[in-house]
Design a protein around this ligand. Structure first.
Ligand SMILES: C[S@@+](CC[C@H](N)C(=O)[O-])C[C@H]1O[C@@H](n2cnc3c(N)ncnc32)[C@H](O)[C@@H]1O
Length: 242
């Protein structure tokens, strides 16, 4: 009987035609990363085996197209990187940016450290921890995040990490507009900001990647902990999983 579920150690699918245009010179690194995800990533439970056949469109290219929102030389913190999406992809495409992959779970940071070394990404560092623990320690131009938390909780974690004029770029699905409409007031109470929804990668990935962008318009700003339970992270602290 055949199955569409890939076994650990399976080769990733070949990159689709548009991968060359999206990744350019970094395509060899993207191919190597796809191999790592399909093999070690699945074996170690970092991505599901069902993701392997759709690694390129749904994961690598979906994340890569966000690069157009990041200006040259920017500092970026990717919170909740997991297996490296989107932070590792953006770091490999853009040697001009400085990328911090912020991830609390040890087995994920071990994989990320190995991937950074194998892909020789001297502009990417891995830091183990929760975003809210980095408040007052990290200050950056952009925070990226995909599939980490609902917008108000994510903003509570991300906005204190941003310099004035910096942006949270939250990769969201089809419900992005509704999520922003529901969360906009909470978010602007945390720190003065302007928010919009942008679609990037039209013609390169279908559906285009939907990004909720929250740009902070004030210096510093009160720490998120001055606000609501949502801003503090919304959940009681639990022991750190490994
Ligand atoms: C569903 S995974 C998404 C991983 C990756 N961004 C992706 O799109 O494949 C959510 C990740 O967020 C991390 N995470 C959860 N709470 C966090 C926090 N407070 N700060 C930073 N990362 C967190 C988890 O450990 C996990 O790796």
């Amino acid at each position: 009987m055949t199955s569409d579920v890939e076994e650990p150690g399976a080769a990733p699918p070949a990159p689709p035609a548009q991968a060359e245009a999206v990744f350019g010179d970094s395509l060899p690194k993207a191919r190597r990363y796809a191999e790592l995800l399909a093999d070690d990533g699945v074996r170690r439970g970092l991505i599901g085996p069902r993701e392997v056949p759709r690694l390129w469109e749904r994961h690598l290219i979906n994340c890569a197209v966000v690069e157009e929102l990041i200006p040259e030389g920017a500092e970026v913190v990717d919170i909740g990187s997991g297996a490296g999406l989107p932070g590792l992809v953006l770091g490999m495409m853009r040697p001009d940016i400085r990328m911090v992959l912020l991830e609390p779970l040890l087995r994920r940071t071990v994989f990320l450290d190995e991937a950074v070394e194998i892909l020789e990404l001297s502009n990417v560092v891995v830091r183990r921890g929760r975003a809210e623990e980095a408040h007052g320690q990290l200050l950056t131009d952009f925070v990226t995040a995909r599939a980490v938390a609902p917008l108000p909780r994510l903003a509570g974690w991300a906005l204190p990490l941003l310099r004035k004029g910096g942006s949270l770029l939250a990769l969201k699905g089809e419900q992005a507009e509704a999520e922003l409409a529901a969360g906009r007031e909470d978010v602007s109470q945390m720190r003065p900001s302007v928010s919009d929804v942008i679609r990037v990668g039209r013609g390169k990935v279908d559906p285009a990647t939907t990004v909720v962008r929250v740009t902070v318009t004030s210096d510093g700003g009160p720490p998120a902990s001055a606000g609501s339970q949502k801003a503090r992270g919304g959940k009681k602290k639990r022991g750190r999983k490994r």
